[in-house]
Ligand binder design. Structure first.
Ligand code: ADP
Ligand code: ZN
Length: 711
C-alpha cells in the first residue's frame, strides 16, 4: 500500500485535497507495520491518521475509545462518508452486538470501535481471534497513565494486544503532551520501538483573551451580542453558578442551558443533544461537559472562573474551532477564584506533595492570566514547545502593554496597607485608595489615613491590575491563613522606604468592544452576500439533519459551508472541489445544496446584483420553465447565439439537455474531429470557415460543449 492510495481515499471519502503536516508520515508508518505514538492537539486531525489506513488496508481496524458518546459520533461520521464502521460497547443490546459481529465476520466492517473494558474482556477474545485485523488504534491513549487526568484502569490491560498480535501495528493517539504520560503510553502498551510524532500544539485559529473578572456578566452579554447564533460553552466553577448564569442569560434573551454532574442523566443527555444539534447555542457547564463532544463548530469557550491549571484550560478551549475557522477563548479571572481553589485543595484528601503540585500549577495558571506577555507564547512554552514570536491573535499582542515607572503608585498602595496595619484585603484596599464611601471604611476610620483617596486617577479595575502585578512580582503577598489580608514583603519595603524603583505594565484603557472587532467595520457587498448564503446553507443543513436524525455538523462542517458560500458551486464538479465534500456526501446532499445555491444566485441576480456564473443560470432557469430559445433571447435582450452559448455552458457543467435538437451525433463527430486543428479558446468563426460554412454556430458551439463535457 502506498500513499497515492491514501491520497485518493482522502479525497474520495472525506473530500479533502491534501494531508496536514505529519498525517501522511503517520499513515506511511502504519503501512510499514510499524508502531506509532501520535501527539496532536484536539482538532489537529488525529482520526484521519488511522481512518485512512483502515479504509485502504485489507481487514478491519480495531479502535479503542473510552467514551461511548464519542464512539457513536465517530461511527456516524464515518458512515455519513460512506465508510462502513461500527461500534461495540455497553450501550448496545445483545442482538445489536450479534448484528455487528455478523458484519465483522462477513468482512464488511472497515473500522470497529470498542470500549477498553469490552476489548479486554474474556468474552471478546474468540471474536477478536477470528478477525482479519489491519491495525489497532488506541485513542485518548493518555488514559493509560495514572499521572494523567483521565486515568482509566482498563487501559493498563491493553498490553495484551502487542503480546498476542505482535505483527499488527498499534497506533496510540493523544492530545495530552507531557513527557511522563508519553513514556507511560509506550511502556504500558509495550510498543515496539514506536515512531513518535509530535505536532505543534498551537491552535492558531483560536483567539486568546483574558479579562479581569469584574462585571463579568455584562462583559459576557456584550460578547454574546456580538456572537449571536454561534455555539459556545461557558465553563463555571460551581454547579450553582452554572444554573444562575444560564438563568440570567435566558432573561436577557439568550438561549442557554446548564450542565453539571448533579443534573439527572436524562436531562444531561438532552442538553448535550440540543447543543450538538444546534438547538441550544450556549451551555453553562462545569468541566464535566465537553469531554465526549466532537462538535466541530463550537465558536467560543468562555471561562467564567479561572481554570485550575493550564492543561485543563488548554484542553477546554481546544473544544472550540475544531473546524479550523476562527474561534474565541475568553478567560475571566479574579483573586476570589484563586482563593477558593486553595481552600478546595487544602481540604482535599490528597497528600501534601500532591497539594503542593496542585498549588504550583494553579499559580502557573494565574501567572498566565496575569503576565502581560503573548498568551500563546506563554502557554506553548509551558507545554515545552519553543514558541518564540508574538502570535498576533491574543489580547496582549493586539493591545501590547506599555511599561511605566509605577513607583509612586506602588508606594501609595504599600503605604495604605501599612497604615491600615495590614488588615485589609484587596478590594477594601482599592476602595480606600479610590476614596470610596463604603461602610467598612468609616467603621474602621480608614478615611482618616493619609492615603485615603490618593489613588483616584485609576479605576477599580486598573488598581486590580496594578496590585496583581505587585503580587506577582513579590512586593506584597496574600495571607491565605489570615482572611486573605495583604502583607508587605521585604521587597515591598525597599520600595516604600528606600525609594527603589519599579516598572509596571500600564493599565490599558478599556477599548469599546466594537472598536476591536472587524465585524463593526463596513462590510463589503460580497461579504454580506456570503454571510447571507452561509446562513441559508446552515438552515438547509439543519433541516436535512433533522430529517436524518443526525447532528448538523455530520452533514457538512461549518468550514465546508463557508467555502460553499464563497465559491457558490453550481454543478457537481464544482461541488466536489469544495473541501469536505467527498463522493458520498455529494451523492447524498449535493443536489439539495446546489439547488439552494442556485436559488440564491437567481434571486440575487433578480435583485440586480452581479453574480459570477449567474447569467447562464438565469437562461437555464427560463429554459427549464419551458421557454424557447428565441423567447429567452427576447426576454433577456440578448442574441439567440448568446442563449445557445449559455445552454451549452450549462451542458458542459453536467446539466441534462438533449443537444440532438441542435446537432446530430454524426455532425458532432465530424466537428469534434476537426477541433484538434484549432486552439482553445476556440474561434467559432475560424471553425465555421474551416467547414465552408456548412455547420452553423449553434452546431459548432454544442459540439464543443459535448467534447468538454466528456473530458
Ligand atoms: P482530533 O481527533 O485530532 O481532535 P479530528 O480528527 O476530529 O481531530 O479532525 C479535526 C477536523 O479537521 C475534522 O473536521 C477533520 O475532518 C478535519 N481534518 C482532518 N484532517 C484534515 C485534512 N487533511 N484536510 C482538511 N481537514 C482535515
Ligand atoms: Zn499573542
Amino acid at each position: 500500500m502506498d500513499l497515492t492510495h491514501a491520497q485518493a481515499a482522502l479525497k474520495k471519502y472525506f473530500g479533502y485535497e491534501s494531508f496536514r503536516p505529519l498525517q501522511s508520515d503517520i499513515i506511511q508508518t502504519v503501512y510499514n507495520k510499524h508502531d506509532a505514538l501520535v501527539l496532536m492537539p484536539t482538532g489537529g486531525g488525529k482520526s484521519i491518521c488511522f481512518q485512512i489506513p483502515a479504509v485502504t488496508l485489507d481487514g478491519v481496524a480495531v479502535v479503542v475509545s473510552p467514551l461511548i458518546a464519542l464512539m457513536k459520533d465517530q461511527v456516524e461520521g464515518l458512515n455519513a462518508n460512506g465508510i462502513h464502521a461500527a461500534f461495540i460497547n455497553s450501550s448496545l443490546t445483545g442482538e445489536q452486538i450479534r448484528d455487528v459481529e455478523n458484519d465483522l465476520l462477513a468482512g464488511y466492517v472497515k473500522l470497529l470501535y470498542v470500549s477498553p473494558e469490552k476489548l479486554v474482556s474474556q468474552g471478546f477474545q474468540p471474536l477478536l481471534k477470528r478477525l482479519n485485523i489491519s491495525l489497532f488504534a488506541i485513542d485518548e491513549a493518555h488514559c493509560i497513565s495514572a499521572w494523567g487526568h483521565d486515568f482509566r484502569p482498563e487501559y493498563t490491560q491493553l498490553k495484551f494486544l502487542k503480546e498476542q498480535y505482535p505483527g499488527i501495528p498499534v497506533i496510540a493517539l493523544t492530545a495530552t503532551a507531557d513527557k511522563l504520560t508519553r513514556k507511560d503510553i509506550v511502556t504500558q502498551l509495550g510498543l515496539d520501538d514506536p515512531a513518535i510524532f509530535i505536532a505543534s500544539f498551537d491552535r492558531p485559529n483560536i483567539s486568546l483573551h483574558v479579562r479581569s473578572g469584574q462585571r463579568r456578566f455584562e462583559q459576557i452579554v456584550d460578547f454574546l451580542k456580538q456572537h449571536s447564533r454561534q455555539s459556545g460553552i461557558i465553563y463555571c466553577l460551581s454547579r450553582k453558578s452554572c444554573e444562575s448564569l444560564a438563568d440570567k442569560l435566558n432573561t436577557k434573551g439568550f438561549r442557554a442551558a446548564y450542565y453539571h454532574a448533579e443534573v439527572p442523566p436524562a436531562m444531561r443527555s438532552k442538553v448535550q443533544e440540543d447543543f450538538i444539534n444546534d438547538r441550544i447555542p450556549i451551555i453553562c457547564a462545569t468541566i464535566a461537559f465537553g469531554m465526549g463532544i466532537d462538535k466541530s463548530n463550537v465558536r467560543f469557550v468562555i471561562h467564567y472562573n479561572l481554570p485550575r491549571n493550564l492543561e485543563g484550560y488548554y484542553q477546554e478551549i481546544g473544544r472550540s474551532g475544531r473546524d479550523g475557522l476562527p474561534a474565541d477563548a475568553m478567560l475571566f479571572f479574579s483573586y476570589a477564584d484563586v482563593t477558593s481553589y486553595r481552600e478546595m485543595f487544602e481540604q482535599g484528601e490528597a497528600s501534601a506533595e500532591q497539594k503542593e503540585l496542585k498549588i504550583a500549577k494553579l499559580n502557573r495558571m494565574y501567572q498566565y492570566a496575569e503576565a502581560p506577555v503573548c498568551r500563546r507564547k506563554t502557554v506553548l512554552n509551558y507545554f515545552g514547545e519553543n514558541y518564540d514570536h508574538n502570535c498576533g491573535n491574543c489580547d496582549v499582542c493586539q493591545n501590547p502593554p506599555r511599561q511605566f515607572d509605577g513607583t509612586v503608585s506602588v508606594q501609595k498602595a504599600l503605604s495604605a496597607i501599612i497604615r491600615t496595619e495590614e488588615k485589609v484585603g484587596m478590594n477594601l484596599l482599592i476602595d480606600i485608595l479610590r476614596g470610596s464611601q463604603r461602610r467598612e471604611i468609616f467603621e474602621n476610620n480608614f478615611q482618616q489615613i493619609k492615603t485615603y483617596g490618593a489613588g483616584k486617577e485609576y479605576t477599580f479595575e486598573d488598581w486590580l491590575f496594578l496590585i496583581s502585578q505587585m503580587l506577582h512580582t513579590g512586593l506584597i503577598e496574600i495571607a491565605y491563613d489570615d482572611h486573605s489580608r495583604l502583607k508587605v514583603t521585604e521587597e515591598g519595603k525597599k520600595i516604600l522606604y528606600e525609594g527603589k524603583k519599579v516598572n509596571l505594565a500600564l493599565p490599558q484603557p478599556k477599548a469599546k468592544p466594537e472598536e476591536r472587532t472587524p465585524r463593526a467595520q463596513e462590510k463589503s457587498k460580497t461579504q454580506v452576500m456570503r454571510e447571507e448564503l452561509f446562513e441559508r446553507l446552515q438552515m438547509l443543513r439543519r433541516t436535512v439533519a433533522q430529517q436524518q436524525g443526525v447532528p448538523p455538523y455530520l452533514i457538512f462542517s461549518d468550514a465546508t459551508l463557508v467555502e460553499m458560500a464563497e465559491k457558490r458551486p453550481l454543478t457537481d464538479a464544482d461541488m466536489l472541489q469544495v473541501s469536505g465534500v467527498g463522493e458520498r456526501k455529494l451523492q447524498l446532499y449535493g443536489d439539495a445544496f446546489i439547488e439552494a445555491i442556485r436559488k440564491f444566485v437567481l434571486e440575487k441576480t433578480g435583485e440586480g446584483s452581479r453574480v459570477t456564473g449567474s447569467t447562464q443560470l438565469v437562461t437555464w432557469d427560463l429554459y427549464k420553465k419551458g421557454h424557447l430559445v428565441e423567447e429567452i433571447a427576447e426576454m433577456r435582450g440578448v442574441s439567440t447565439l448568446t442563449v445557445i452559448s449559455h445552454l451549452a455552458t450549462m451542458y458542459e457543467r453536467g446539466e441534462n439537455l438533449d443537444i440532438r435538437q441542435w446537432v446530430s451525433p454524426e455532425e458532432c463527430d465530424i466537428i469534434q474531429g476537426a477541433l484538434p486543428l484549432f486552439e482553445e479558446p476556440y474561434q467559432m468563426k475560424a471553425i465555421h470557415e474551416h467547414f465552408n460554412e456548412r455547420y452553423n454556430y449553434d452546431k459548432i458551439r454544442f459540439a464543443i460543449a459535448d467534447m468538454r463535457r466528456g473530458r
